[in-house]
Design a protein around this ligand. Structure first.
Ligand SMILES: NC(=O)c1ccc[n+]([C@@H]2O[C@H](COP(=O)([O-])OP(=O)(O)OC[C@H]3O[C@@H](n4cnc5c(N)ncnc54)[C@H](OP(=O)(O)O)[C@@H]3O)[C@@H](O)[C@H]2O)c1
Length: 335
């Protein structure tokens, strides 16, 4: 049986400590499966929460973390007729932080050659979330305003890029002034703000009385309340992240006098509930947006598996200028 290198989680705890490189055995390929050699896989906040044991999904231990990534098909089972060896594929939900995996072929998403693999590796979670947040809650019209916090995050940037592409305008809130400079290169990020006491007046000055009907909350606590206060009557605030780890506070008046809708979104649930056709349509759209240059996620660093502690500690830090990935192809390393 072939052995491959992987990040192995033996107990829940501090990501930089409990997830360590090791070796796992690759099972033999069943008729409907494929062997994928991994190229790259991001470290998302949800992966860190999984390792900490603070996520609704708790893998069996010992296990391999990693919720998404990209690889190349190396071998297919005898019953697989629609997937060729050499195809670039998105891999999900199988513990992607490993050199290779054996998975059901029907769960793989083929990606056209020529797409930057390290960018495609991140499509399934953050850009998919951004697209759903913009599509599934409010019927946005061209020129409509959307407000969001953590605007410099992976999801936040994808929201800016997709909204700009469709003609929706974003009000982008960050928690520190340096992040404004990071967003300056985004064509759609024309209205960016630091979250402080001047925020309501600054936003008023930008929208000039136009209603804000959608707010996207990745932070929680007081930041979420600041977003809700900016919404027009009947507006919707969608919580999809809780970076500040602070509960939401909902003043009675925002329900009585403004009738705001407080919604939540979890892309994992979206994938569980969506038909194969709906998922295929989502991936086709995301890949087209990537190919068109609409979607682009800055990468701060790509680490080899051997540098797991350093990579996970880096991904756990705030004030990053881009995502942290594991790279399994030496051509990707920028260590
Ligand atoms: N519900 C879903 O389906 C779904 C899908 C994807 C992502 N998410 C969630 O969305 C959030 C963003 O994910 P991502 O991958 O886009 O993030 P990311 O690229 O890793 O960026 C993290 C963001 O969070 C901010 N942040 C970190 N600690 C914070 C704190 N204590 N208070 C306020 N802001 C803080 C960072 O600001 P600085 O740069 O200033 O540090 C940065 O903007 C996470 O909570 C993630 O779990 C949810």
């Amino acid at each position: 049986m072939r052995k491959v290198r992987a990040i192995i989680l033996k107990q829940f705890g501090d990501p930089g400590v409990v997830a360590q490189p090791g070796e796992i055995e690759l099972p033999s390929i069943e008729p409907h499966e494929a062997l994928v050699r991994m190229i790259a896989a991001p470290i998302n906040p949800a992966d860190l929460n999984v390792i900490e044991g603070k996520y609704p999904i708790r893998p069996e231990l010992p296990g391999v973390p990693g919720g998404e990534g990209i690889g190349v098909v190396e071998e297919v089972g005898s019953a697989v007729s629609d997937l060729e060896v050499g195809t670039l594929v998105l891999v999900s939900g199988t513990g992607t932080w490993r050199e290779a995996c054996v998975v059901l072929a029907e769960d793989l998403v083929a990606v056209p050659a020529g797409v930057a693999p390290e960018q495609a590796a991140m499509l399934r979670v953050n850009p998919a979330t951004a697209l759903c947040l913009l599509r599934e809650f409010v019927n946005l019209q061209p020129g409509d305003w959307i407000v969001q916090n953590a605007a410099n995050s992976g999801v936040g940037r994808a929201v800016i890029q997709i909204a700009h592409h469709f003609g929706w305008r974003t009000l982008n809130i960050v928690r520190r002034a340096e992040a404004l400079a990071d967003l300056a290169g985004e064509p759609g990020a024309t209205h960016c703000f630091v979250e402080d006491e001047h925020l309501p007046a600054a936003i008023d000055g930008a929208v000039r009385g136009a209603p804000i009907r959608l707010a996207l909350n990745a932070v929680g606590g007081e930041s979420a309340l600041a977003l809700a206060n900016l919404l027009a009557q009947g507006g919707t605030i969608v919580t999809y992240g809780a970076m500040a780890r602070r509960p939401l506070r909902i003043p009675n008046g925002l329900l009585i006098f403004k009738d705001l809708a407080w919604r939540g979104f979890w892309v994992t649930r979206w994938y569980e509930q969506a038909s194969r056709a709906a998922q295929a349509a989502l991936f086709a759209e995301l890949i087209a947006l990537l190919q068109a240059g609409v979607l682009h996620s800055p990468i701060e660093r790509i680490y080899p598996l051997e540098a797991a502690s350093e990579a996970l500690a880096h991904a756990s830090r705030g004030a990053r200028r881009g995502k942290i990935l594991f790279g399994f192809d030496p051509a990707l390393f920028k260590v």
